[in-house]
Design a protein around this ligand. Structure first.
Ligand SMILES: Cc1cc2nc3c(=O)[nH]c(=O)nc-3n(C[C@H](O)[C@H](O)[C@H](O)COP(=O)(O)O)c2cc1C
Length: 98
């Protein structure tokens, strides 16, 4: 049975909050199971991602994400991940810097 998918939105939110609050490299982790999940963490501000539990379901997951990421940046003409890192833009919310 796959791990509980509810962890990822919470982890993603925490990473987004931390990235806004500190000027330090942040590693995203928590429920990552696909390239799309990893991209969401980068867009939220993470400079790297870590995959834990999903390795038990798909031992190739890390390679799949790395290969998918290479394909994604090639297709979107992205030269450096910093071009998408922290690009999440929230308008009209009440989230504070802290
Ligand atoms: C088998 C296993 C061993 C882990 N060992 C450690 C550990 O030694 N230290 C640690 O900080 N986190 C450990 N974790 C937690 C993971 O680093 C991570 O925080 C957590 O699994 C959430 O990511 P995931 O949803 O991708 O699994 C472990 C997780 C698993 C599944």
């Amino acid at each position: 049975m796959p791990p509980n998918p509810s962890i990822m939105p919470l982890a993603l939110y925490c990473v987004w909050r931390v990235c806004r609050a500190v000027d330090l490299p942040v590693i995203g982790i928590g429920g990552i199971s696909s390239l799309e999940d990893a991209l969401e963490f980068f867009i939220a501000g993470a400079c790297a991602v870590q995959v834990g539990t999903w390795n038990f379901i798909n031992p190739r997951i890390t390679l799949d994400i790395i290969e998918g990421l290479e394909k994604y940046v090639r297709e979107h003409h992205i030269e450096n991940l910093s071009e998408i890192r922290g690009s999440l833009c929230c308008t009209g919310n009440k989230a504070s810097k802290q």
